[in-house]
Ligand binder design. Structure first.
Ligand SMILES: [Zn+2]
Ligand SMILES: [Zn+2]
Length: 317
């Protein structure tokens, strides 16, 4: 990710390095060849009958069906549980953990919190920590260009959810980890979640059912996940289509207030593409960023440290 407004002090961002390397590497080196292969697998032409990830597709259909059935099993307790788990898995797990902590290394966390935050991400049902972080780094390295896993330049529905239904085999996943998350790929905690991902997702669903029957499973499981899915997906689709720009980035990223509210601050996406390493996505005083408030709280409690809390000088508030 580059922007005209970036200063050299931002060049430590891993995603900047990845983009620089990918453009500077000789075309025929094995490393460049592997990257080219990875990027080609994100092309929309890969969405064919023989290459559909039926597990992901089936899961998404099941979750949406469960969410549609939920109103017939309404209880206030289930709704409150759904709201709490939505915040815990989407804001703490995905926005703070998968995105700002893993993909961008914007902060560090003490070990028990690091494990718990990653577990919250796993419980979101948005994939393993390594796959999420690797895919997201590809997005920053190739935003709205060929190789971007989910750009609306390939169609709004492609960027919103269709890209998820392309199957990525084990070999491809390992190649992605080697190339895009080499700093994370051998972390034993992340490897453990890679191996046991399904256990946590299905196990948590079983626990919800045992604790509160169908109302809790459908609301705190299906409705909560479906809402979090679309909030996250809107970051990939809507905030590369609609909204305003604070910075002239080389991609189509935008700041969109309603996505920022739904996705706990991630809707300030133009700010984020301009300064991907910064732990705070809201750069103006009124750009509310719930995930940043959680990071500040963890830092105040001594649970987060080395937080990259910079703001661009022109927008400091
Ligand atoms: Zn983006
Ligand atoms: Zn990012």
């Amino acid at each position: 990710m580059t922007t005209q407004l970036l200063d050299p002090s931002h060049s430590t961002d891993l995603t900047d390095e990845l983009e620089f390397e990918s453009s500077a590497t000789e075309a025929l080196s094995p490393r460049a060849q592997e990257r080219a292969d990875i990027l080609s697998r994100f092309d929309p032409s890969n969405l064919k009958w023989g290459n559909i990830d039926w597990i992901v597709l089936g899961w998404m259909i099941l979750m949406h069906a469960g969410a549609l059935a939920a109103p017939f099993f309404f209880t206030w307790q289930a709704v409150v549980a759904a709201l709490f788990l939505h915040w815990m898995t989407c804001s703490i797990g995905v926005c703070l953990g998968y995105h700002r902590f893993l993909a961008h290394r914007s902060l560090k966390l003490v070990t028990p919190v690091r494990v718990l935050v990653n577990l919250c991400g796993v419980l979101s049902g948005e994939g393993s920590p390594l796959m999420w972080a690797a895919t997201h780094r590809v997005h920053h390295a190739k935003s709205d260009q060929a190789g971007d896993p989910h750009s609306p330049t390939d169609g709004p529905w492609w960027s919103h959810l269709l890209w998820l239904f392309v199957r990525h085999d084990e070999k491809h996943r390992e190649a992605m980890y080697r190339q895009y998350v080499p700093d994370l790929a051998s972390d034993p905690v992340l490897r453990m979640f890679e191996r046991t991902y399904a256990f946590w997702v299905f196990g948590s669903a079983a626990v919800l059912f045992l604790l509160g029957g169908w109302p809790l499973l459908l609301w705190a499981g299906c409705v909560r996940m479906v809402c979090a899915y679309h909030s996250t997906w809107f970051v990939n689709s809507a905030t590369h289509l609609w909204g305003y720009r604070n910075y002239k980035t080389t991609d189509e990223s935008r700041n969109l207030w309603w996505v920022a509210l739904l996705a706990y601050g991630e809707g300030w996406h133009n700010n984020h593409h301009a300064y991907p390493r910064f732990a705070r996505a809201g750069h103006k005083w009124w750009e509310v960023d719930m995930t940043w408030y959680a990071i500040k709280t963890l830092r105040a409690l001594g649970l987060a440290y080395e937080v990259d809390d910079r703001l661009p000088a022109a927008n400091a508030s």
